[in-house]
Design a protein around this ligand. Structure first.
Ligand code: BT5
Length: 254
């Protein structure tokens, strides 16, 4: 804790050698009333989760498998923007530590050379018009060599060490991630999400690209033109602009 630079995030740390999913443990602790800023971190996850019941490869000692509990004074509809907020913090932290030009792919990935370095999973509990808690789960591939990924991930995943060309200290990176997240979170609390979304626009690789969109129940193609104030992606299909609040996007190679 002495080496963290934050005052709220990471004030309380639950560390596990192995756990099913840090998000599940963080949600359990949040439901029990734990304070804002508690983090759950594990060396390995046996059932790490992505979105929509997908898995997250979380090998022992090679990544940062981390969940942060927030109790933001936001409206529940603002929760998806917590993912964008985390993406800004993660991109800045990784760029600072490695100088690798990684960027955000809407909504929840950080990519380097087209491959995924980080995945984010935000989960929320709300009552009426108030958020009870938000858990932001972050899976950062830190020191995973290309051949250590399972075959089905080799073409789509990479690591911070691969991007940096050297092994990277997980503790140093964790301290930067929490510092950047605390900064961007307090900005959102003080000034709303406007400035955060502006930072996101500067750090994204999605805008201006030809994309294929896989939204619940439909697929279509177009150009990603912007995100709106809710954090939804705006895609110009040629027959009008479509708005996507949740879904998957693939960037079409030029
Ligand atoms: C995500 O989902 O990208 C969110 C991942 C969040 C993981 C963190 S780790 C700490 C916390 N605790 C948890 O249980 N989860 C969070 P999605 O966009 O659905 O992407 C999932 C897909 O990414 C999988 O279907 C694989 O194709 C791919 N994938 C799995 N593991 C990966 C890895 N380590 N690196 C890159 N890609 C991976």
């Amino acid at each position: 804790v002495a080496r963290l630079k934050t005052t709220v995030l990471g004030k309380e740390i639950r560390y596990f050698s192995e756990i099913g999913s840090t998000n599940n443990e963080a949600k359990r602790l949040a439901a029990e009333g734990c304070p804002e800023g508690l983090i759950v971190v594990a060396e390995a996850q046996s059932t790490g989760r992505g979105r929509l019941a997908r898995g997250w490869f979380s090998p022992f000692g090679k990544g940062i498998w981390l969940s942060v509990v927030l109790r933001p004074p936001f409206h529940p509809l603002d929760a998806p923007k917590c993912t964008l907020m985390a993406a800004v913090a993660l991109t800045k932290a990784i760029r600072k530590v490695t100088e690798a030009p990684c960027g955000i792919k809407w909504p929840n990935d950080i990519l380097y050379e087209g491959k995924k370095l980080v995945g984010i999973l935000t989960e929320m509990s709300a009552e009426m018009d108030a958020i009870n808690y938000v858990v932001i789960g972050m899976g950062i591939n830190v020191n995973i060599a290309p051949e250590e990924f399972p075959p089905e991930l080799r073409d789509i995943a990479t690591s911070v060490a691969a991007a940096a060309g050297r092994p990277v200290s997980r503790l140093a990176l964790l301290a930067e991630v929490l510092a950047e997240l605390e900064t961007v979170y307090s900005l959102a609390v003080r000034q709303g999400f406007g400035p955060v979304l502006d930072e996101w626009r500067k750090l994204t690789i999605t805008l201006g690209q030809q994309v294929n969109v896989l939204a619940p129940g439909e697929t279509f193609a177009g150009i990603a033109v912007n995100i709106d104030n809710e954090g939804a992606l705006l895609v110009d299909t040629g027959q009008g602009v479509r708005r996507i609040l949740a879904g998957d996007v693939t960037i079409r190679p030029r």
